[in-house]
Design a protein around this ligand. Structure first.
Ligand code: FES
Length: 64
């Protein structure tokens, strides 16, 4: 799984998603690395979990 440290994205940026990789997407809104989960939910929003997304076809995605 790619490390979230590989990304420093802001709204409007494009990122390359790698086919076959699994990404953890934040569902709580507390991550410092949105849209990716950085584990902050464990302390700040324990009722939430990240959403695992497997990329079926690689390519660029725009972050909003
Ligand atoms: S930090 Fe939000 S779900 Fe993990």
């Amino acid at each position: 799984m790619p490390s979230i440290k590989d990304y420093n994205v802001t709204s409007g940026d494009h990122i390359e998603l790698v086919e076959g990789e699994i990404y953890s997407i934040c569902s709580c809104g507390k991550s410092e690395k949105l849209p990716f989960c950085d584990g902050s939910h464990t302390e700040k929003a324990p009722d939430y979990k990240s959403i695992k997304v497997e990329i079926k076809r690689g390519g660029k995605a725009q972050i909003y």
